[in-house]
Design a protein around this ligand. Structure first.
Ligand code: SAM
Length: 264
């Protein structure tokens, strides 16, 4: 049996610089003139998906799946953060989650990514949809201190980004702690919450994590940091959705510990 090569930060960066550059060339957001239309767009186009929705396998058009997903993400954020909350998505890629959050009513949005094409995509969409989004560069493993300084007090969001950094989870979390955010919200694959021996959907996600060499220690590392009194985990649960049957993420919310604040 041949073993797939390891996912290194350099490989991940190269993969996404190329992928986002090729998708940037399509300017797919120009198929939408407003946010309600834009939330349904994705790299899956108009394909019919076999997707997971609320833990149930469904045959669904991609446009309908991504509209449904947008409502799901909007509900997660609205349950905790008012519309004027500054939110920065780190590893924002082409910015599809910024569109979702803007559609959900959030006005103070920033997208950061280490790749040039992602930064350009966010800038182009801010102009296209006439939104005051900020775009910039951040590498979680080698952050610019001045950029981190600007993130203090914000809600920081990662969606399928920590997955890219197996072996570097602790370094990425240290970066997020250094930014002194109000809260951090991850939507990420979470091997520790899966029960592959009991659930076929969990087994599919678990096998995907192994095959893709995604990180498998996010929740364990957060628990270690919580035990050290450095942060407080607010929520950790599987979300049971994915545009395919595998790779369903979990929602994990945490905030840095503050001296004098009682843990929940
Ligand atoms: C699977 S994509 C997810 C993109 C976006 N969050 C979304 O949901 O559409 C992974 C993203 O993580 C970014 N990324 C990879 N390594 C990173 C790092 N060290 N720091 C910050 N972002 C990184 C990539 O450039 C890419 O945009």
């Amino acid at each position: 049996m041949t073993r797939r090569s390891r996912r290194t930060p350099a490989r991940s960066h190269a993969e996404y610089e190329a992928r986002w550059a090729s998708q940037l060339a399509d300017h797919r957001w120009q198929a939408a003139t407003d946010l309600p239309a834009a939330i349904s767009l994705s790299s899956y186009g108009a394909r019919q998906l076999t997707a997971l929705m609320n833990f149930i396998p469904c045959s669904v058009p991609a446009l309908a799946f991504f509209t449904w997903r947008a409502a799901k993400i909007a509900a997660i954020f609205r349950a905790h953060y008012p519309a004027d909350t500054p939110i920065t998505e780190i590893g924002c890629g082409l910015g599809k989650n910024l569109i979702v959050l803007a559609h959900a009513g959030y006005t103070r949005l920033t997208g950061l990514d280490p790749t040039n094409a992602a930064i350009q995509a966010v800038q182009e969409q801010a102009a296209w949809f006439k939104r005051p989004w900020q775009a910039g560069r951040l590498d979680l493993l080698n952050p610019d201190p001045a950029t981190l300084e600007q993130l203090a007090g914000q809600v920081l969001f990662t969606n399928h980004v920590i997955e890219q950094l197996p072996g570097h989870t602790r370094l990425a979390l240290d970066c997020l702690l250094r930014a002194r955010p109000a809260e951090v919200i991850h939507i990420e694959p979470c091997a520790e919450l899966l029960a592959p021996a009991r659930s076929a959907a969990d087994l599919a996600s678990w096998l995907h994590i192994i095959a893709a060499d995604y990180q498998r220690t996010l929740l364990t590392t957060l628990n270690d940091l919580a035990a050290q009194g450095r942060l407080e985990i607010l929520e950790a649960r599987l979300l049971g959705y994915s545009p395919r049957l595998a790779n369903a993420p979990a929602l994990i919310r945490w905030r840095p510990a503050q001296p004098g604040r009682a843990a929940r």
